[in-house]
Design a protein around this ligand. Structure first.
Ligand code: NAD
Length: 326
């Protein structure tokens, strides 16, 4: 029987397969999350940026109140948005996010991106995204990562977060955090699919005991539904579902191309958090631990690598590109 969880550097267990909440509408999030729990999901990947933490929490609380699961069986990941990197803002925001979920604590709290933007009062502008205003203005702030990381460590000490980590970081910043951290970097969440493999980043993280979580496992698919500045790169490239080794292996193992892409990651101990609003896809995305690819087959998928990144603020913020992956 394949392992269904992975051990974080904090010593806590995290499911290898979870459900991603980006673009799950606020109006249906509670129901979607409740149905996902019924389908067997235990890990939910949220963020302040996704604007559905309260509703996702409602879905989970309903499942708990009906006795489908206990709080301990559920694993919540959520993330700190870029405007809240200052110590006092990070702590305050995490408390607010924890209250929104309404589940007592957050299992894993991540810094969403390694870049600080100017503070925006969440009561004044509830959905800051990357921009300060409707003209697309982006304003950086001078907050070192160390200040934000140490705020996250306070969250562990006060019991708000059980484990902490980062997202969209590269090896240099991970090495840097390792020079002063008091609590381990439990997980690194990154864009990871066969068009963007990042083997050195993954090696470095895994060698340091940092669990890698892959997002956008289906590559271009998730970005096609976004406005033109975000979808351009995805429109210019064939879908991974149609790529040669993926199709052939899907026929060989009698699973869908999506399941091949997810197994390519989980077999290397990389957690996945696919998102779907469709019940049958939801079920198949969870069922990705029951077959093993051969090493040469994993390599044939990795050989599709093009270093092609879809979630790149150096590309989709034309007024003020943030070249964090440079
Ligand atoms: P994804 O790779 O999970 O793809 C989602 C797209 O694939 C949707 O269009 C969906 O309809 C389709 N899909 C889902 N299952 C399918 C199946 N079995 N067959 C065919 N199509 C299928 O993309 P994502 O939402 O970008 O990433 C997953 C999660 O990762 C997000 O929901 C979010 O939680 C997280 N994420 C994090 C960051 C970050 O910066 N940390 C960025 C992007 C996403």
């Amino acid at each position: 029987m394949a392992k269904t969880t992975v051990t974080l550097a904090s010593g806590r267990e995290m499911p290898l397969v979870g459900f991603g909440l980006w673009k799950v509408p606020k109006t249906t999030a509670a129901e979607t999350v409740y149905s996902a729990i019924k389908a067997g999901y235990r890990l939910f990947d949220g963020a302040y940026d996704y604007q559905n933490e309260k509703e996702a929490g409602e879905g989970i609380r309903r499942a708990i109140s009906e006795g489908l699961v206990t709080r301990e069986e559920i694993f919540i990941t959520t993330k700190l948005w870029n405007n809240y990197h200052r110590r006092e803002h990070a702590v305050d925001m995490a408390k607010k996010q924890n209250e929104a979920w309404g589940l007592g604590y957050i299992d894993l709290f991540l810094i969403h991106f390694p870049c600080a933007l100017k503070y925006i009062d969440p009561e004044v502008r509830r959905y800051p995204a990357w921009w300060m205003d409707d003209n697309g203005t982006v304003e950086q702030d001078r907050v070192p990562i160390r200040e934000t990381w140490e705020a996250l460590e306070e969250l562990v000490e006060s019991g708000i977060a059980r484990s902490i980590g980062v997202s969209n970081f590269q090896t240099q910043s991970l090495y840097d955090i390792q020079t002063y951290n008091r609590h381990p970097i439990s997980s690194l969440q990154i864009e990871h699919h066969p068009y963007l493999v990042q083997p050195d980043l993954i090696k470095m993280a895994q060698e340091a005991g940092i669990v890698v979580t892959a997002y956008s496992s289906f590559g271009p698919q998730s970005f096609l539904e976004l406005p033109p500045t975000f979808s351009k790169r995805a429109n210019d490239i064939p879908l991974l579902f149609d790529a040669d080794p993926v199709r052939a292996l899907s026929a060989k193992y009698n699973v869908t191309p999506a399941q091949i892409l997810l197994r390519w990651a989980t077999q290397r101990n990389i957690a996945v958090i696919p998102k779907s609003n469709n019940p049958s896809r939801l079920a198949q995305n969870l069922d990705v631990l029951g077959f093993d690819l051969e090493v040469s087959e994993i390599e044939s998928i990795s050989n599709l690598d093009k270093g092609l990144r879809f979630n790149d603020p150096g590309f989709y913020l034309p007024n003020h590109p943030l070249r964090i992956f440079g």
